[in-house]
Design a protein around this ligand. Structure first.
Ligand code: UTP
Length: 306
């Protein structure tokens, strides 16, 4: 794995990542009744591992999981499993042993419990005592984004240049704006926007733009003060969007149009396309899967023409 070099930026280094995993995952029910969605596989790797590897590769030193009921398996995945290691050793399965062990050695992890799922803003606020007075990244593990360098690296690059909070944004089709936080602001350099505010899930007719905030953020510690003052919305949740808008108004916030292909694996179709897309990139599976998909397309075309 290639790890990002730290540059000589004048700004405080970004060492910590917050990954909220306390949500209920209702869009993926019934599987999420008993299995955390973050542990669902992307081919043979849990989605959360893909996101943690993105942190490691960006030079992050500590990952803070915001966990909830039934999510203990996520911490276990990044811990040693001595029993399993012993069995693999005894059976001479050394390659598997190395794979299992390397996950436990990836990065230092800390878990903070969010006792009630009171919203993404509340989940981020739960990390305050561990993050302390440092800039940090937030990664939503629902969003898998294939890109080189990773979106987390891209956000850190922007931060190191401008020293401000940065949110990842991407254009979405007009009919989908009501599913996202949508940015208002001005484009001041290629891929860079000065964010004025963020409107949560607007109607397409009144949406200020088609630029949606995606699940990668780089935030200054000042965000905690805004989150603390934040009142819950009608559904009783504390939204991150509202605190980001305040940060944009009272300090500064950069919107960065990242490059990369994003899959929302918290959604059934996104979960399937992520699996197909990641499998197609693998030498051991890609060619055979492509052959299968081509056959399926031909069959579907034939069925349609009958
Ligand atoms: P989502 O709203 O996309 O996830 O939250 P969800 O609530 O788990 O899923 P659905 O909509 O019911 O299917 C985005 C991220 O914020 C976390 C979730 O775990 C997810 O990673 N989250 C959300 C929390 O940690 N706590 C919360 O109170 C809410």
């Amino acid at each position: 794995m290639q790890i990002r070099d730290r540059t000589n930026s004048n700004h405080k280094p970004v060492r910590k990542a917050v990954i909220p995993v306390a949500g209920l995952g209702t869009r993926l029910l019934p599987i999420t009744k008993s299995v955390p969605k973050e542990l669902l596989p992307v081919v043979d790797v849990p989605a959360i591992q893909v996101v943690v590897e993105e942190c490691v590769n960006a030079g992050i030193e500590e990952v803070i999981f915001i966990t909830g009921r039934g999510k203990g398996g996520i911490e276990d995945h990044f811990d040693y499993n001595f029993e399993l290691e012993k069995i693999l050793e005894r059976r001479g399965k050394l390659e598997e042993l190395e794979r299992v062990r390397s996950i436990s050695q990836l990065i230092r992890t800390i878990a903070v419990r969010q006792k009630k799922p009171l919203g993404l803003g509340h989940a981020v606020l739960c990390a305050r005592d561990v993050v302390e007075d440092e800039p940090f990244v937030v990664l939503l593990p629902d969003d898998l984004i294939g890109s080189e360098p990773s979106v987390t690296c891209q956000l850190i690059d922007v931060y190191e240049k401008y020293g401000q909070g940065v949110v990842s944004i991407m254009p979405v089709p007009e009919e989908e704006v009501s599913r996202y936080g949508i940015v208002t602001g001005e484009n001041w350099a290629p891929s860079l926007h000065r964010v004025r505010s963020i409107v949560e899930k607007p109607d397409p007719e009144i949406s200020p733009s088609n630029l949606a905030v995606i699940g990668r953020y780089l935030l200054p510690p000042a965000i905690f003060g805004f989150l603390e003052d934040q009142k819950p919305d009608e559904s009783g949740e504390i939204q991150l969007t509202d605190a980001l808008s305040k940060l944009a108004r009272e300090r500064a916030l950069v919107g960065y149009e990242f490059t990369g292909r994003r899959h929302d694996i918290g959604d059934k179709l996104g979960f399937l396309t992520a699996n197909i897309s990641y499998a197609l990139q693998r030498d051991d599976l890609g060619p055979k899967l492509l052959h299968y998909l081509r056959k399926k397309v031909v069959e579907a075309d034939e069925q349609q023409s009958h």
